[in-house]
Design a binder for this molecule. Structure first.
Ligand code: ATP
Ligand code: AMO
Length: 466
């Protein structure tokens, strides 16, 4: 009985041994009636399989069969590992399989809407070919997303979604080690949690309902339920109506909520240590993936400090002012000023990851705790990677009357969130937390230009399929 071997572990250590691998046909090269090469791909890895009549009992029939294999078909290959004298061009593995048997497990149609080798090219490679007078196919984003299962097979995409899974895993590992408990909150609600327009409404058996814009209300109620420290990984729905590079209508939220003993800096301290752990993990354990992404989408490694830089909002405004950019000191930063501040911070502090805290109260959600010393500011923060927001967080108001007043002042119909507001009548400790957009973390860590690249099946204002 032959054991399955992964393509990635095929090396000269296995010389002369028999192996059994499963993969996809990446390319077939017919040499003659008596010889053919089949490049087989499994994830990020490829290996050259050689069929030669007279060797390993290969028949002309088998060579003919191999020559007729369509790209992307699934094949099982039995054979013996050999090590050629010269380096093998175009495959990741530096050994060959001398094929004994080849089975086609599932045949792909012969005209595919996307050729994986085209989809895997970098812009630079395409430009380079143009200079040599060669035309290479450029696969545009809509084609990629329409035929996403094919597009997902490129090395860069295999690597992107590996990183995404690692970020989520490290999020859980770190928080569990800090005694946070994983929870699940409802995604159907009678009211909105973030207020505003960006909400999907639907009919819940005759009652007006919304898809959850965040786990905000229920994660806070978990604190009222004495869960003390909680986290959730789950879908978040936002009925965004504009088309941007960083907004999806459905994304994966990584949410945290915790009791605060004395100061909202306790929450920022978790952000600091959590993200240093996540970034370290990616850099230490995902080298192959980072290289695969870089080959198609070149980027510089993220600059971050061992202890995350914290700046106050007024300090940020001052830095912009000194650079000649006047912004409203009690207003919000826009995409452009956020990015500019990111550049100023990078140049001054040598970091592309930082926390901006003490935001003006007027631009934060109703549940945000104002600063004790000056109510125009709040115990809140945003966190940025390369000048773009990945996290919002804050200490929350835990006094029932004050919270209700703030909700009313923000124009929220308090009837729709009555059970949430009421829960603060029964005693709730001071608490705070934050929400992270998973797709944004991966996008910005790798300096990708569009959030659709880090969502497996993105949902935007126009796209509801696949
Ligand atoms: P959050 O949901 O935390 O607010 P966000 O990244 O959408 O995340 P916003 O506070 O909504 O952040 O927006 C920050 C800035 O980004 C806004 O001041 C605005 O200038 C810009 N912005 C937000 N949404 C859009 C959009 N749909 N199109 C263009 N710019 C936008
Ligand atoms: P906020 O609305 O800032 O805060 O959302 C938190 C984080 O979620 C991500 N995000 C998005 N990602 C993709 N597409 C979108 N349309 C989108 N909107 C937001 C961002 C953002 O930083 N309840 C608060 C969090 C808290 O205070 O705990 C909240 O939802 O990365």
């Amino acid at each position: 009985e032959l054991k399955w071997t992964e393509v990635k572990s095929l090396s000269s250590d296995l010389k002369d041994q028999e192996v059994l691998v499963r993969g996809r046909v990446q390319a077939v090269r017919a040499v003659s009636k008596k010889m053919a090469f089949v490049v087989v791909r499994e994830g990020l890895f490829t290996v050259q399989c050689v069929l030669m009549v007279a060797k390993e009992k290969v028949s002309e029939q088998m060579v003919k069969f191999a020559n007729a294999l369509s790209r992307e078909s699934i094949v099982d290959i039995e054979g013996v590992i050999s090590v050629p004298g010269e380096p093998i061009k175009g495959t990741s593995q530096q050994v060959e399989i001398q094929v004994r048997k080849i089975y086609c497990i599932n045949r792909a149609i012969s005209t595919l809407p996307i050729n994986i080798e085209d989809a895997a090219r970098s812009d630079a490679e395409i430009e380079e070919a143009l200079k040599d007078g060669k035309q290479l196919v450029r696969v545009n984003q809509d084609t990629r997303l329409n035929y996403r299962v094919l597009d997902l097979r490129t090395p860069a995409n295999q690597a992107i979604f590996h990183l995404s899974s690692e970020v989520e895993h490290e999020f859980r590992v770190f928080l569990r080690s800090e005694h946070f408990r994983g929870i699940h909150t409802p995604k159907t609600m009678g009211g909105t949690s973030e207020g505003g327009a960006a909400v999907f409404r639907f009919d819940y058996k005759g009652q007006p309902a919304c898809l959850a814009q965040s786990p905000q209300l229920h994660k806070q109620m978990s604190i009222s339920g004495d869960f003390r420290r909680v986290f959730e990984v789950g879908p978040v729905f936002r009925a965004e109506d504009s088309f941007t590079h960083r907004h999806l209508c459905e994304f994966t939220g990584l949410d945290v909520e915790m009791e605060i003993k004395a100061h909202y800096s306790e929450v920022m301290d978790i952000v600091d240590r959590l993200f240093v752990a996540i970034f370290d993990h990616l850099n230490e354990n995902c080298q192959g993936e980072l290289e695969a992404i870089s080959r198609q989408y070149p980027f510089q490694p993220l600059k971050y400090l061992r202890k995350t830089l914290q700046l106050t909002f007024p300090e940020g405004i001052q830095m912009l002012k000194e650079a000649g950019i006047e912004v409203d000191p009690l207003g919000d930063l826009n995409t452009e000023t956020e990015r500019k501040l990111g550049e100023l911070v990078r140049d001054k502090y040598d970091t592309e990851f930082y926390i901006l805290h003490r935001y003006p109260s007027a631009i934060r959600p109703f549940y945000t705790m104002p600063c004790y010393d000056n109510a125009s500011y709040s115990n809140s923060f945003d966190v940025f990677i390369r000048g773009e927001e990945i996290i919002s967080g804050a200490q929350r108001i835990h006094d029932h009357e004050f919270l209700t007043k703030r909700a009313e002042a923000c124009g929220i119909d308090v009837k729709t969130i009555a059970t949430y507001l009421d829960s603060f009548k029964y005693g709730t400790p001071p608490h705070g937390g934050f929400g992270v957009g998973l797709e944004r973390v991966v996008m910005l860590f790798c300096n990708l230009n569009n959030i659709r690249k880090t969502s497996q099946f993105p949902r935007d204002p126009q796209r509801l399929a696949p």
